[in-house]
Design a protein around this ligand. Structure first.
Ligand code: 6PG
Length: 261
């Protein structure tokens, strides 16, 4: 059963997420002398990243960034300096301000002309780095996670559909070519590079950050709705049980009855 924590507003959400992510990273470093942190894209995590980088706040000094490897859950097919780049946002908000060795920042190369090449390349990058210790995810208004959108059929070596991937490998490692996929997103008219369910659901801890009333219906479908993974991809997270922590502000949680934190 997922853990659900509701905060009063966006700033409280970002601070609670900074505390939780920092504690998870500290525990990984204490236990394994390393932490594999997979970052989410989108706008929601930006404030979290800024707080983690802020010298005036307690979290920056608690993390030994020389022990951290950073990855991404997905990326747009754009160069790293493009305003839409998930890497670019994290670099501006966090990575440029902490002493993480550049060789430990593993970005998806969205600049490649063929997104499938970027996906194959990233699958090789991930080899030897899974499972993640901490996976951050956002939630789309349509309940997408990473770049797994409603109706996604992830092209991969086995040709498995989204549902088969979820049920076939809810926690076990998939063959390398099933861990990262290039997906065409029709309504965005764009390619995305995304981790697939086996790579996502293997994480030791999954922290889902959701803010705003526009996400309330997606939260309710993801947490409470009848199972329909192709329609509500965030339901894939049910396979990860209590390794999933939903941190939401009260606006996002309004259709869900979790008590305020
Ligand atoms: C992306 C993300 C995506 C995001 C959701 C929520 O590349 O956009 O990986 O899954 O987390 O779309 O986005 P917001 O945080 O901007 O609402």
């Amino acid at each position: 059963m997922a853990i659900i924590i509701v905060l009063k507003d966006q700033e409280a959400l970002a601070a609670a997420a900074a505390d939780r992510v920092t504690s998870l990273i500290e525990a990984s470093i204490a236990g394994r002398q390393a932490a594999r942190l997979c970052l989410s894209g989108g706008r929601t995590p930006r404030r979290l990243y800024e707080l983690l980088a802020d010298n005036a706040r307690p979290w920056r000094a608690r993390i030994d960034w020389t022990c951290v490897h950073v990855f991404w859950s997905d990326e747009r097919q754009v160069p790293p300096d493009h305003p839409e780049s998930n890497f670019g946002m994290a670099h501006r908000a966090l990575l440029a301000h902490v002493p993480i060795p550049s060789a430990q920042v593993h970005r998806m190369r969205g600049e490649l002309p063929d997104a499938a090449d970027a996906a194959r390349e990233y699958a090789a990058v991930l080899s030897g780095h899974l499972p993640f210790d901490v996976l951050l995810l956002g939630l789309g208004e349509d309940a997408h996670i990473a770049s797994i959108f409603p109706g996604s059929v992830l092209p991969n070596g086995s040709g498995a559909s989204l549902v088969r991937l979820a049920h076939a490998n809810p926690t076990g490692f998939a063959p390398q070519d099933e861990r990262v996929a290039a997906v065409w997103v029709e309504h965005l008219h764009a390619w995305r590079i995304t981790l697939t369910p086996p790579a996502l659901l293997d994480a030791r801890a999954i922290v889902v950050l959701v803010s705003g009333a526009s996400k309330a219906a997606a939260v309710s479908a993801a947490l409470d709705g009848p199972e329909d993974v192709r329609r509500w991809p965030a339901q894939l997270l049910r396979a990860a049980g209590d390794r999933v922590e939903w941190l939401m502000d009260s606006a996002a949680a309004r259709s869900h009855d979790a008590p305020p934190a």
